[in-house]
Write a protein that binds this ligand. Structure first.
Ligand code: IPE
Ligand code: IPE
Ligand code: MG
Length: 254
């Protein structure tokens, strides 16, 4: 799959990135403990994966745990860690059968060895699948991602493998997470907050941003359709004028 989507403007996004927010508030509204919200959040994620398969969306990147989420109460962090482990183990076979390729982005070294080994298994077992690329951001931070890319490039610079002039935007794009797939076309954040919370930073430079009040566990097909319909009405200009974009579209469709 070619990376970079500047000229690949279609009505259905190829790559959707989601900040799955609002599990805690969903649980609170029901007088349930926060972990119950996270569990319901897993159901919503499973639903979204199936919807992407059904709608022919080729890449889905979900924010499961930010590098800042370690600052939550210890019980919540540990319940999230067990949920990640049990979910991954329970869902792997079905996802593999469906042709889903699973990949994790983020610094996995802070996870337990059991979780790290399930992550490695999931990635290697599904590595050749191509129906849906499912990327799970876990212990991920957009700034970490940029620093990580810069470190890799700096090593090449220090080793004399590249020169300072070769340090370009393109080089950073090659070293950043998800370098081999198109950048997100559509970003969705549930839960009402209108912020990025250190999710993909570099990669969303030209992504369309959609925010909804719906809490993550309640995000269903109707909610996803609303986001997709909104996306289809956007004119992606990438710095050009509306007239320029219209004339290219006109030529393409004639
Ligand atoms: C998102 O839901 C899930 C994670 C961050 C792991 P929250 O847990 O942030 O839910 P709210 O924002 O407290 O409602
Ligand atoms: C963002 O949600 C991270 C995930 C959804 C995993 P948060 O709930 O952590 O974001 P803030 O703290 O409200 O910005
Ligand atoms: Mg939140």
């Amino acid at each position: 799959m070619a990376s970079g989507n500047q000229h690949n403007v279609t009505l259905v996004p190829q790559h959707v990135a989601v900040v799955m927010d609002g599990n805690g508030r969903w649980a609170r509204q029901r007088f349930l403990p926060r972990p119950a919200g996270h569990k319901a959040g897993v159901d919503a994620t499973r639903r979204l994966v199936q919807l992407c398969v059904k709608k022919g969306i080729s890449c889905l990147t979900v924010f499961a745990f930010s590098s800042e989420n370690w600052n939550r109460p210890e019980e919540e962090v540990s319940s999230l860690m067990s949920l990640f482990l049990s979910t991954l183990n329970a869902e792997l076979n079905k996802l593999n059968e469906q042709g889903v390729r699973i990949r994790f982005i983020g610094d996995r070294r802070r996870f337990s060895t059991a979780l790290q080994s399930s992550i490695e298994d999931a990635e290697s077992i599904t590595a050749k699948n191509a129906r849906l690329y499912l990327n799970i951001a876990a212990n991920y931070g957009g700034r970490w991602d940029i620093v990580n890319a810069v470190q890799k490039i700096s090593q090449k610079l220090l080793a004399g493998d590249i020169s300072m002039q070769q340090l370009t935007e393109q080089l950073i794009s090659q070293e950043i997470s998800l370098a081999d797939i198109p950048e997100p076309d559509l970003f969705i954040r549930t839960g009402g907050e209108q912020r990025i919370s250190n999710f993909l930073l570099w990669q969303i430079a030209y992504t369309e941003l959609f925010f909804t009040e719906i809490l993550w566990p309640a995000f269903d097909e109707a909610a996803f359709d609303e986001a997709l319909q909104w996306y289809a009405t956007r004119q992606r200009r990438f710095g050009k004028t509306g007239e320029q974009v219209e004339s290219v579209r006109g030529r393409e469709s004639s």
